[in-house]
Design a protein around this ligand. Structure first.
Ligand SMILES: [Zn+2]
Length: 362
């Protein structure tokens, strides 16, 4: 379990960064609205002296990093690095911090499989599924045409039991171990697919076009519009790890647009084609995700890209977190040798996709 000795921030600071709603305080314990279930009355217990949390309603529990990592469905390493950026920045430079790998992880998870294995399993998984008509309709409304919807490879989360899908994948020779979303049912000993909410499944593709992760645009927003396909906390499960999502990028391009999320970058790319000039996009999972941004910068620089256009949501003007993230992104880009151009537009249009859709509608 993580302790204060090797993490330069407290669970209280993490809860604050996450904006958890505190319903009541009893001595050194906070009772918050649980972000992991439909809880409304403050089931999530946060013990400030032990730096642990637990929700008796949904069973989610863990330490400082788990709280943030499970909420954002990222690895503990990624959580550690994002939290250092958000709250522990000063502490990190002045106090030597033990590497996160020294923290024992008390779960029965397995390490994540290679990008190649994940790509193979996810490609086969998506091939067994289809896209429902309501979801297709919602994508039309956001500006994609039918060929583009087909091309993007989106699917509707399966509503039926996962057994048939798993059997098909195993018959295809797919490896399920370490592929986030799959786990072993302890009672039956059989592999299962862990679908935690219904929605549209979006392939998160790396610079080589491999599917490293699957995001889910949820039909019902709980704490976030998006989830990752994950089997974190499950027996033989694995924690998902998203990658910078590349769309429309080909080797030799000079300029790339950086925005947030798989769906937004896909839609923006599709709209740019419809508007007559295809542009390349890289979608990051969350603007504050420095790890992913750094990975994209390294990959793009190695490819010879020298110009980055930052197309973050227009709420930068009102949201200090977004404004800070934009400033950091600009700085990091310059430090890595890029010409960086932050885009601004009428805040009436939130994302670059909304803005481009308005051009199409004129
Ligand atoms: Zn809960």
């Amino acid at each position: 379990m993580a302790t204060r000795e090797n993490i330069p921030f407290s669970i209280e600071e993490v809860a604050r960064v996450m904006g958890l709603q505190v319903k009541r305080t009893v001595r050194d314990q906070l009772y918050c609205k649980c972000p992991f279930c439909d809880d409304r009355s403050g089931h999530l217990n946060i013990n400030l002296s032990k730096d642990v949390f637990r929700c008796p309603r949904c069973g989610t529990q863990g330490g400082i990093l788990d709280l943030y990592a499970k909420f954002h469905q990222i690895t503990k390493n990624a959580a550690y690095s994002e939290l250092c950026d958000l709250i522990g920045g000063a502490a990190q430079t002045t106090t030597p911090v033990a590497p996160v790998k020294h923290i024992a992880i008390e779960t029965e998870e397995v390490p994540i499989a290679s990008a190649e294995v994940r790509n193979n399993t996810y490609s086969n998984l998506m091939a067994t599924l289809s896209l429902g008509s309501l979801h297709k309709e919602s994508l039309f409304k956001r500006g994609m045409n039918s060929q583009q919807i087909e091309w993007a490879g989106y699917r509707t989360t399966p509503a039926v039991r996962s057994q048939k899908i798993v059997t098909t994948l195993l018959e295809c020779g797919c490896s399920l171990e370490g592929v986030p979303g799959f786990y072993i049912n302890k009672t039956t000993g059989r592999w299962e697919l862990d679908i935690r909410g219904s929605g549209i499944m979006l392939p998160d593709r790396n610079i080589h076009g491999e599917i490293e992760a699957i995001q889910i645009r949820l039909d019902k927003t709980v704490h976030s519009k998006f989830n990752n396909l994950t089997s974190t906390g499950k027996y033989f499960g694995a924690t998902s790890a998203c990658c910078p999502h590349y769309v429309g990028y080909c080797h030799g391009m000079d300029t790339v647009y950086v925005t947030e999320g798989v769906m937004k970058s896909d839609i923006a790319y599709c709209l740019s084609r419809q508007l007559g000039k295809a542009r390349a996009f890289v979608g990051l999972t969350g603007v504050a995700n420095t790890n992913q941004y750094m990975r994209a910068l390294t990959e793009l620089y190695d490819e010879g890209v020298r110009r980055i256009i930052l197309a973050f949501d227009s709420d930068a003007e009102f949201n200090p977190h977004v404004a800070q993230a934009l400033k950091n992104a600009e700085q990091l880009g310059i430090e890595h040798g890029f010409d960086v151009y932050p885009l601004c537009w009428d805040p009436h249009f939130k994302g670059i996709d909304d803005l481009m859709l308005s051009f199409k509608e004129y």
